[in-house]
Design a protein around this ligand. Structure first.
Ligand code: GLC
Length: 438
């Protein structure tokens, strides 16, 4: 009996100790962080910029690995990187006019090249290129001037540095010396670089990690030591959001959930399928097929498709992080600029129906989506071949108008909601009916 008592006591105290330890590890976002999360969720559109020395090859950002290049030969292109048309003001202006509220810029991609004046490696835009300008500094200053938030993409994986433990990618790259693997050194290097980014460039809206999946298939689980790294970011800038493109449900310490090429809950591209969390959501998507500039990839999605994607994301309560891949000369391709302009025309007129909204009462349907702001429910009809639309709703509808000109839209009550009645089937990119609900 006494033994059982001791065992029970031991089990309880062990459980209590474990619970305390677990509790200690629980991340509590700072008030500034919670505010930033709300601003992020309200902003709905961001522009992703993939730009680095890889742009010079015009083959996308995976060229080094896909073409099995010698890392030292690849590095020579830095000496030819002279983007004489780079103009931070022109980029930020075009992006802001599209209606985007933030930019996510690739500070260092898988090829290891740093796009800022880092003291941690000479392989950077200031020391290794004839251009010699700190583009992150210029972008940060311009973003701050224009009130656009700057997020920074940062690759966890590295195809050039020998200290980085070889993962499932990067094996094709020639010249890596795996005998020099040194995770502690690499981890310190990353943290010192992150410290620079979060110290020298003013307020940073988010750090957007990528590459976790490089060690997903390791036989011994790889320890990325994310807890400490996330804590470092939050200690340097508490409002800075941490996101990780690991294609998993968010880990402890993350502030947003990222989806790649798919809306939350969908998995057409094959990177998703994970549960949708309660954190602010973001889906990143390409305008053509590749992230980094690729000469042969002129298969741009139409502005209509992109606007509908933005609206569909909002209908799921998510932001769209839409990518552009600037050219080696520093310009955003004309096809991308044209789309940004057309998206801007749409957001200027209809943005009110998506900014600062949450996912609406009715989940995504083949005909479209809904978004909600207070007592206004926006019905976004993007694909309807009928003069009627039944809306299952539990709330009472007081008024229905066409968002564009506020003319009344006829509706009748049904058993479980209302039915909208049109003179002809709605057409256009997004026919919005605004309901006032009680
Ligand atoms: C993938 C790719 C990477 C790209 C990212 C953007 O992780 O590896 O090249 O930057 O997607 O979402």
């Amino acid at each position: 009996m006494k033994n059982i008592l001791y065992i029970t006591l031991f089990v309880f105290s062990f459980a209590a100790a474990t619970a305390t330890q677990a509790q200690e590890k629980i991340y509590t976002p700072a008030p500034e962080n919670l505010k930033a999360r709300q601003e992020f969720a309200d902003s709905k559109l961001g522009i992703f910029i993939h730009w680095g020395i890889y742009s010079t090859f015009a083959q996308g950002e995976w060229y080094m690995q896909n073409a099995k290049i010698d890392k030292n030969e690849y590095a020579k292109v830095a000496d030819a990187f002279y983007p004489h048309r780079f103009d931070a003001k022109a980029w930020v202006t075009a992006i802001k006019e599209a209606g985007a509220r933030y930019i996510c810029f690739t500070s260092r991609h898988h090829d290891s090249f740093s796009m800022w004046d880092t003291a941690e490696s000479d392989y950077n835009i200031v020391d290794a290129t004839p251009f010699g300008r700190d583009v992150i500094k210029e972008l940060a200053d311009e973003c701050h001037r224009q009130g656009v938030k700057l997020h920074l993409y940062y690759s966890h994986l590295d195809w050039k540095r020998d200290e980085y433990p070889m993962g499932s990618t990067g094996k094709q790259v020639i010249g890596r010396d795996t005998t020099k693997t040194d995770w502690p050194a690499y981890y310190d290097f990353m943290n010192r670089q992150l410290t620079e980014l979060l110290t020298n460039y003013g307020e940073i809206g988010a750090i957007w990690f990528d590459g976790w999946w490089d060690h997903e298939d390791d036989s011994i689980p790889f320890n990325w030591q994310l807890d400490e790294q996330y804590a470092l970011i939050h200690s340097l800038q508490p409002q800075c959001l941490v996101g990780n493109n690991h294609h998993q449900v968010p880990f402890e310490g993350e502030d947003i959930q990222i989806f790649e090429r798919d809306l939350p809950g969908e998995n057409k591209a094959g990177y998703s399928g994970q549960d949708v969390s309660r954190l602010p959501l973001e889906t990143c998507q390409t305008m053509n097929g590749m992230w980094g500039y690729k000469l042969v990839d002129q298969n741009y999605k139409s502005s209509k498709t992109l606007i509908q994607y933005l609206v569909s994301a909002a209908g799921k309560g998510a932001n769209l992080l839409l990518n552009v891949g600037p050219q080696p000369n520093g310009e955003i391709p004309a096809a991308a600029l044209q789309r940004l302009k057309e998206i801007g025309e749409w957001t200027r007129t209809y943005g009110e129906s998506i900014y600062s909204t949450t996912a609406g009462d009715i989940p995504a349907q083949p005909w479209g989506v809904t978004t909600r702001k207070g007592n206004r429910l926006f019905v976004h009809i993007m694909n309807l071949d009928s003069k009627e639309l039944a809306l299952p709703l539990t709330c009472k509808v007081k008024r229905a108008v066409a968002f564009a000109d506020k003319t009344p839209v006829k509706f009748k009550k049904t058993k479980n909601g209302i039915k909208l009645l049109f003179d002809k089937a709605p057409t256009g990119v997004d026919y919005i009916v605004e309901l006032t609900t009680k």
